[in-house]
Design a protein around this ligand. Sequence first.
Ligand code: PMV
Length: 397
Amino acid sequence: MAKVIASAPGKCILFGEHAVVFGQPAVAVAIEQRITVSLEVLEKANDEWRIDGMKFIASKHPHVKALRSRMWQKRAGAPALSIHITGDIPPASGLGSSAALSVAASACLRAARGRWLCAGGKATKPEDWAEGFSSQLMDTDVYSDVVAEIDPARRMGKNGQGVSHVHGELAIDVDECALLGHAVEAIAQGGRASPMDSSVCAHGGFVLLSDKVETAADWSYTRTLKTPEGDRTWQVHTLPISSEDQDVYLVIGNSGVHAPTSQQVAKVAKAMSQEPQRMKEIETIGVIARRGIEALLKGDFEAVGRAMSENHLMLRGLGVSCQELENLVRAAAPTSLGVKLTGAGGGGCMVALTRNPKQTSEAIELAGGRTLISKLGNTGVRIESHEGLPFWKSVAE
Ligand code: PMV
């Protein structure tokens, strides 16, 4: 049987939500909770795609639809698939479940399709991919379903290099998964998506997003998106933080209140245009985030916690908290190093940094929240298993 399984983690914002929309830095961390995607080839040539045992209706699954058009074109010989999605990231709660799905699915498709490689071994740079490298070639046009424009002579191995085909882990490029994840998020959300979720779900660990290159972090790449408001550019960085041997955890509390991100973002935008002097509050969040980043890099989790709590006070001042979130924040505070709402607010989740995860979790549950416990900084996208790869080869021969 031909089958491939990949998973990707969810994310939690530690600092800088909302202020990042105005160019300030924000930090997110990969959590233990993951989405797992499995793909199987449907045996009969004319089979229709299936998802979780049902007929696949493309309009109900915009992320998968967008990935299919970029990576799995029927006209190029790609077979129909049966997809299964499982996981423990609650949907629509600001924890990156749709990005984790997109990133894991992109890894599955790439592993199953494989990739043409210039002969001569391992691909270490974009030029090594005879079949292109999406994150280099289509960086500024996430809507393109042209995966790569490669000189056909090069692709056919006529420049003296020859080509070979790789599949499974060897074909995966994590940057490409991040780019595709961002692209399909943007398509599914009417053109507005920051690369935060897709980058964290792909790379794991800690990711810092800012409008400018931040010297405190390791710069990874620039991401650009054509949004309805014009071109938007972000600098994506990773933070070299080792928290494995630290006895410190995140407890995420879900308020169960649904509040669309776009509404909360619009609320802050309106406040800023009506009272421009309030931009000081956004700048203060930036100052707090930078202090939090410094503390994370030093491994000073007491200071990280203090910065998180200060960040929460600023978010509350911006008007993006709500009574349910405040109840959970208050319940978690006595057993935590720091506590704040996470993501867009108005509902959704809060997060506590704590050395007593059990106690903190119980306190949040008593106050009416559903909790998840996670250590900080988890592995990004990974292939869990595969057999019978590749499912097909794009026609390069
Ligand atoms: O709710 P989430 O986790 O998708 O977070 C939204 C973060 C905001 O800063 C509020 C919006 C954004 O696009 O960055």
